[in-house]
Design a protein around this ligand. Structure first.
Ligand SMILES: C[S@@+](CC[C@H](N)C(=O)[O-])C[C@H]1O[C@@H](n2cnc3c(N)ncnc32)[C@H](O)[C@@H]1O
Length: 416
């Protein structure tokens, strides 16, 4: 999977009404009344009146806080800035418990680890041309409109500070009608920019863009899928290895979240001499784990594995890491292929890993570290493992997408 985004939220009912009580907050982050009306930016126990320009709070919840960002009311990037960190953490834990309960599993939550504000190292922004030039920001709540977000509290400051340069680029990449996607990723050498655009890369652009990249201090600029400028390799550190991911490659959204997931994975597979890392990406788990274990990294994208392999070869002292490009939905590793490993790490995209989990169940592997960005598909896969003799450990909820409804998690399965 590439960037993980919060699911689209259902639309609130804008009709003016009398006072209503908010009973709960859905997993999309919408308040819900007893009759099922959905209301944004409210909390359980709040009495509110509904008006066309949004809810008016009559009795606030003790969990209500002043939103840290002034764009919160209009910007679609965040859903929960009106709630205390404690409320958001227990709400996310409950999303995981509810998904597990739907599969008949009572899950224990070990912790909710939330990344700090201003820590997202990757964000997908939208750019639109305007009469004056261009603007870059996030989509407004439930809308195609792009709004500017100076002072945004999600991204690392060096990414927020890049927005004026991104606007220069958006003026070239977006058409009057269409918008350009601008995915910016922080790297050791500066920001790595990937522009998603239909506009052809003309000779003029080939000349102009490297100059803009240099002025903006970009490490790399990729237009559609073509690298137009690479001033420095956009290096990511994975354990002791230095990896240059291919354009558009998956990376965990914050360094804090990555460390939390890695810690949970490390603990789960500790002591296993040979580990298979399924859906390995560029080596987020493989390369740090290779300090102590031999790793076989399997992933659908050959370019990511090539980056992982170069990273491994560039550092001495790691155990052996082998790679295999493979579609794990269509061709999961089979029990006889899994027989040479002592433990598995599995970190699938949102769809989960139904086919691979079935083969893990049928294999001799006794220890699995599972990481997931979708509580629903995780719960389905967890049930399959539990039904086949595995026991699920406590679940660590990792919140890399703070203030959004998105939830990630990691846990350990051991064969009973
Ligand atoms: C959630 S990411 C995890 C990557 C890596 N573990 C990490 O933490 O950086 C899921 C990975 O699965 C890969 N992927 C998606 N569909 C796949 C498939 N059908 N077969 C193999 N890999 C797939 C994606 O390219 C992506 O690298």
């Amino acid at each position: 999977m590439t960037e993980t985004l919060p699911p689209k939220t259902p639309q609130p009912d804008p009709a003016p009404r009398g006072e209503v009580m908010i009973e709960a907050v859905t997993h999309h982050g919408m308040g819900r009344t007893a009759d099922g009306t959905l209301v944004p930016r409210v909390l359980p126990g709040e009495l509110v009146t509904l008006a066309a320009d949004g809810p008016k709070i009559v009795t606030p919840s003790p969990e209500r806080v002043a939103p840290p960002c002034r764009h919160f009311k209009s910007c679609g990037g965040c859903a929960m800035q009106h709630a205390s960190d404690g409320f958001v953490a227990s709400w996310k834990a409950e999303i995981v418990r509810t998904a597990l309960r739907a599969q008949g599993i009572e899950g224990e939550i070990a912790a909710v680890l939330t990344s700090p504000p201003d820590s997202r190292r990757r964000a997908r922004l939208a750019g639109r041309r305007t009469k004056k030039g261009a603007l870059v920001g996030f989509h407004a709540r439930a809308s195609d409109t792009v709004i500017e977000v100076p002072g945004c509290r999600l991204m690392l400051p060096q990414l927020t500070g890049l927005i004026p340069a991104l606007e220069r680029i958006a003026a070239l990449a977006a058409s009057r009608k269409g918008e350009a996607g601008l995915t910016v990723t922080d790297s050791e050498a500066g920001p790595d920019l990937h522009i998603d655009t239909d506009k052809p890369l003309t000779e003029e652009l080939r000349i102009a863009l490297p100059e803009i990249a240099r002025e903006a201090g970009l490490a790399r600029l990729v237009w559609a899928d073509e690298i137009v400028a690479e001033l420095e390799p956009p290096v990511q550190r994975m354990g002791r290895a230095r990896v240059v991911p291919p354009p558009g490659a998956f990376l965990q959204a914050t360094a804090h979240g990555e460390a939390a997931l890695l810690e949970a994975v490390r603990e789960a597979v500790a002591g296993a001499p040979r580990i298979v890392d399924l859906f390995a990406g560029c080596g987020t788990f493989s390369l740090p784990l290779a300090e102590t274990s031999e790793i076989h990294a399997v992933e659908g994208e050959a370019a990511m594995l090539a980056a992982l392999d170069r990273g491994w070869r560039g550092v001495s002292g790691l155990k052996r890491v082998t790679t295999e490009t493979r579609d794990l939905f269509r061709r999961p590793l089979l029990p006889d292929e899994l027989a040479r490993f002592d433990a598995a790490v599995i970190d699938p995209p949102r769809a989960g890993a139904q086919a691979q989990v079935a083969q893990l169940s049928a294999s001799q592997i006794n220890v699995i570290a599972m990481v997931s960005c979708s509580p629903a598909s995780f719960a389905r896969d967890a049930k399959a493992l539990i039904d086949n003799g595995f026991e699920m450990g406590p679940v660590t909820v990792v919140d890399q997408f703070r203030w959004s409804p998105h939830v990630e998690l990691a846990t350990r399965f051991t064969r009973r």
